[in-house]
Design a protein. Structure first.
Length: 54
């Protein structure tokens, strides 16, 4: 199983997907659960970049 992000219109959704092979042996993917819309998390301002230490 893996997490897949799909696009529908302007929104993106997070889905839990399983890989399997059908009766003919072809690889397929099956959606196990739709976890909901993708939410961008807040990232705090880290301020000025630090100079590398030499």
């Amino acid at each position: 199983m893996f997490v897949k992000i799909t696009k529908f219109g302007l929104r993106r959704y997070v889905k839990l997907v399983e890989s399997y092979r059908d009766e003919a042996g072809k690889p397929r993917q099956r959606v196990i659960a739709t976890l909901g819309p993708r939410v961008r998390h807040f990232q705090p301002d880290l301020g000025p970049k630090w100079a590398p230490v030499v």
